[in-house]
Design a protein around this ligand. Structure first.
Ligand SMILES: Cc1cc2nc3c(=O)[nH]c(=O)nc-3n(C[C@H](O)[C@H](O)[C@H](O)COP(=O)(O)OP(=O)(O)OC[C@H]3O[C@@H](n4cnc5c(N)ncnc54)[C@H](O)[C@@H]3O)c2cc1C
Length: 300
């Protein structure tokens, strides 16, 4: 790892997570001439994006994989250590933090968590391939526009699923909420919003260009299918040190992206309900700049 000016074995910042938020934070910190390492367990949600058409600067769109390659290439042109490893735990060590990973430990003055979320997936054969083909989608904010006038299914239960279905009505008249369990809900509210209700199907089937919900009453075919089963935020490394989380498990941060544990920052999906690359890279710029300003000065 790149040595810091006065203490060779202490990083200025250890970034956990090498998705768009983590790589952007590392880039900013390296350009502030800070020693930084990025640890990444290799499961960025961005890898799932077949083609993003709402990330600014790419008029023909860009796949998530291509974007990650560009971000890693940009980060690699600075003295940033990119390490493929999961950080297993984080502990205090005096004024510093110590991160443990398979094969070693690293000491750092500050930590930026960009660990993202993990979507809860429906049990359906061929799920991964269907995401890559754009049949199964997770983010209406990202690609609802491309679902215009299609037969859209939203699969889940509770307020989150209902809200997702309502959001998608901006794009299509043909939106159905496919219940994932036997939940009782306000059918009148759905009817008033122009959303059909389909009771919990026996199974879901992926076809060449569609997804089919199979029930006793018959089959319903969808062009695109949005699971709304929730997600798990990667906040545990910080919450174990006392960082506060909101009711969906995302880390609470202040205006500088600092968690309630001084010295630990967070950026991207692990913080925000608006799971967007632009939001994550914005968080990263804010956090990295505050980290730089609060670390001991590094005059040339
Ligand atoms: C199908 C799909 C399509 C999407 N389309 C778009 C789109 O068009 N536009 C858009 O703006 N957004 C889109 N998104 C959302 C976008 O992918 C996320 O908002 C973005 O990837 C979040 O970036 P992040 O850096 O916060 O987290 P991630 O990209 O998820 O990266 C987090 C990284 O942290 C790593 N990690 C977690 N825990 C540890 C640990 N303990 N140690 C080391 N590493 C760890 C993970 O393995 C992962 O690599 C889409 C998402 C999906 C699933």
């Amino acid at each position: 790892m790149m040595p810091s000016s006065d203490e060779p074995d202490v990083l200025d910042c250890l970034v956990i997570g090498g998705g768009p938020a983590g790589l952007t934070a590392a880039l900013y910190l390296a350009r502030y001439r800070r020693s930084v390492a990025v640890f990444d367990a290799g499961r960025s949600r961005a890898e799932w994006i077949p083609r993003s058409r709402n990330y600014p600067g790419f008029p023909s769109g860009i796949s998530g994989h291509e974007l990650l390659v560009l971000l890693s290439t940009q980060a690699s042109s600075y003295n940033i250590s990119l390490i493929s490893a999961r950080v297993d735990s984080l502990a205090r060590s005096g004024d510093l933090f110590e991160a443990s990973f398979e094969g070693g430990t690293a000491l750092t003055r500050s930590v930026l968590l960009a660990t993202g979320i993990v979507d809860i997936e429906p049990e359906i054969d061929g799920h991964d391939e269907a995401v890559h083909r754009g049949l199964i989608r997770y983010c209406p904010v990202c690609d609802g526009f491309e679902a215009a006038d299609k037969r859209i299914g939203v699969y889940g239960a509770g307020t989150g699923a209902v809200n997702k279905a309502k959001f998608l009505r901006s794009y299509s008249r043909d939106v159905a909420l496919v219940l994932s369990d036997d939940e009782v809900l306000d059918e009148e509210d759905l009817r008033a919003s122009g959303i059909r209700l389909i009771r919990a199907p026996d199974r879901l089937r992926i076809e060449e260009r569609s997804i089919v919900a199979v029930c006793n009453e018959g089959e319903t075919t969808f062009d695109v299918f949005y699971p709304a089963l929730g997600c798990k935020a990667g906040s545990s490394l910080a919450s174990r040190l006392g960082a506060e989380c909101n009711d969906v498990g995302c880390l609470e941060v202040d205006a500088h992206q600092q968690t309630t544990v001084p010295g630990i920052y967070a950026a991207g999906d692990v913080v925000s309900d608006l799971h967007q690359i632009a939001v994550g890279t914005g968080h990263a710029a804010i956090a990295a700049t505050h980290i730089h300003k609060t670390l001991p000065p590094n005059p040339r």
